[in-house]
Design a protein around this ligand. Structure first.
Ligand code: HEM
Length: 540
């Protein structure tokens, strides 16, 4: 029998071959699809290995509820409520489990010892790998934060020296130069009020903190600040970042819902040419900045020096891939925390914590510890217990890495919650920092800003005696925790201390719910935070 098109046409014409009508075929396809989808739902709810993990059935059934939750901007609140209702481990998607008890940190981010691998010369420890889709979308493949375990071990070994306490002390003069500029800008704003320019001392603290942290981290990474503190304006490179993160989060969630092909089509329809051009420009500019810093060679007390000294590992791709991560991870986070600290300080009345308000207590501590601005240094601020407690509490109330940053259960699966659950390989494991830190099972009065909960010894507050401090890991946990935490703490303490030393702060009406109403797409979508800055009347 002929199978050529002409031959088949001949058979049709001769009435020996009939073509089934299209409509019934389409109907059949649709019915098959619906049945396939229903079968999947039934499998997900009743037969899937994760069926034993508690959670709402509609989150287990399909990826739709999960998608809507993450794209609502309120996932942190929804997750907290789910953990209160269903417990410490909740199934939030067909293939995703969220943790909200202290053991979750080691279950998700810890590493397990594998003796067999050790004897064969492989890794002695195995970790749950990073959630591939999330990390490959929010950053470049060769970035430190996305590297496979074997590369990551070498990477951390070669650059740890730039992030130790000793290195941070060497970076202090560079950091303080930028903080000086910030304080000068704030004095300018405060003084302009004396010149009777109405409301000129009202500043957006989100902008000011972004400027100072991006200038510092730009200088430590690219070898050049962004110049925001000089220009009094955000640099275009920095302005792209929040939009890029939100787009990346949308892409990840769409792909998880629709699969790669459909999602790419949807994204292609949605993304404008202008947005595409912006991302290409951003990447080119980052690479140009890295190349300029690279040309200077090692020697500067910054992030790049150990990388340039280990150029066998830190090749062009890894340098280009990692530097944007360093700058974003090191600026956006610290700026958010410092803004949040100022918000809570200016909105928490004395009645909540007893006696003086947190702002009064902090002001008294800082102004009595230092006689002049020049005295406020990294070593000095480290010894102020209330200042440390204020920042810890700001990190608890408004953690900068809200959600995301998940892992996939390792090859062979993961046993979690002290043996209670077995999660099969590739199950997505997540911890929403906000949901963990605002869970009443972990912290008393979880929605109250109370730095007192972190005080120890004679200053310890009995109301917070049962707080679970090991649930609080704002810098994450395990081999992939935050490499920049010492720097972050030194910078944030110094900047907050210098602001409180120099100025009286007052929140502007309408800004009180700055944190409460914020949406989050992995990081926060921060609106302006307007505050009046007034030069302190007298130096105590
Ligand atoms: C309040 C400030 C900060 C917070 C809350 C914070 C939080 C975090 C968290 C939660 C992670 C883990 C992400 C993951 O699991 O993939 C992380 C990683 C990281 N952070 Fe920070 N961070 C802060 C400041 C900084 C600073 C100042 C730097 C300096 C450059 C920095 C650089 C990094 C880098 C490079 C990583 C990736 C580490 C790796 O994968 O080995 N962070 N940070």
């Amino acid at each position: 029998m002929s199978t050529s098109p002409e031959g088949l046409l001949g058979l049709v014409k001769a009435g020996q071959l009939t073509i089934p009508p299209l409509l019934p075929l389409l109907r059949l396809a649709i019915i098959t699809l619906i049945f396939g989808y229903l079968a999947r739902i039934i499998y997900n709810i009743f037969l899937h290995p994760l069926r034993v993990v508690p959670g709402p059935w509609w989150h287990a059934a399909t990826g739709l509820a999960r998608y809507r939750m993450y794209m609502s901007g309120d996932a942190h609140k929804i997750l907290r409520d789910m953990h209160i209702k269903y417990g410490d481990i909740v199934r939030v998607g067909p293939n995703e489990v969220s943790f909200s008890a202290a053991h979750g940190w080691s279950d998700v981010f810890g590493q397990k010892r594998i003796p067999a691998a050790e004897s064969q010369g492989g890794h002695a420890y195995i970790e749950n790998p990073k959630e591939h889709l999330f990390y490959s979308t929010i950053t470049r493949r060769d970035s430190l934060i996305a590297m496979p375990q074997a590369d990551h071990i070498i990477a951390r070994k070669t650059i740890n020296s730039a992030f130790s306490n000793k290195a941070v002390a060497e970076q202090e003069p560079l950091v303080q130069r930028h903080v000086d500029k910030l304080i000068r800008l704030l004095h300018d704003a405060a003084k302009s009020k004396d010149a009777e320019i109405k409301d000129s001392n009202i500043v957006d603290m989100v902008q000011y903190t972004n400027w100072v942290f991006f200038d510092i981290t730009g200088d430590l990474g690219f070898g050049e600040p962004f110049g925001s503190l000089v220009d009094g304006a955000e640099h275009a490179w920095v302005a792209v970042i929040p939009k890029a993160v939100k787009s990346a989060v949308t892409v990840v969630n769409l792909q998880r819902l629709l699969g790669s092909t459909l999602a790419h089509f949807a994204i292609w329809l949605k993304m404008t040419q202008e947005a595409r051009n912006r991302l290409t420009w951003h990447r080119a500019m980052s690479d140009e900045k890295v190349n300029r810093r690279r040309a200077l060679g090692p020697g500067r007390p910054d992030f790049m020096t150990p990388m340039l000294e280990n150029d066998g590992f830190w090749n062009t791709q890894r340098l280009h891939g990692s530097l944007t991560t360093f700058i974003t991870a090191g600026s956006e986070t610290s700026a958010t925390t410092t803004s949040a600290a100022m918000l809570y300080l200016t909105t928490t009345p004395a009645t909540v914590v007893g006696g003086q308000s947190p702002l009064e207590k902090l002001t008294a501590e800082v102004r009595s510890a230092f006689k002049s601005d020049a005295e406020i240094n990294f070593a000095g601020v480290k010894s102020l217990p209330y200042l440390g407690a204020v920042l810890d509490e700001a990190l608890r109330m408004h953690p900068p890495a809200v959600w995301g940053f998940g892992r996939e259960a390792k090859a062979g699966g993961s046993v979690v919650a002290n043996g209670k659950f077995f999660l099969p390989e590739a199950t997505i494991l997540t911890i929403c920092h906000w949901a963990m830190f605002r869970n009443p099972r972990n912290f008393a009065l979880p929605d109250t800003f109370a730095p007192e909960r972190w005080l120890t010894g004679a200053d310890a507050d009995p109301r917070f005696r049962n707080d679970k401090h090991d649930a609080f890991q704002p810098f994450s946990y395990g081999p992939r925790n935050c490499i920049g935490r010492y720097l972050a703490l030194a910078e944030m303490r110094t900047i907050l201390a210098r602001i409180v030393f120099n100025f009286d702060l007052a929140i502007q009406p309408g800004n009180e719910r700055w944190a409460a109403d914020q949406k989050a797409y992995a990081f926060w979508e921060k609106p302006p935070l307007m505050m009046a800055v007034t030069e302190r009347a007298e130096k105590a």
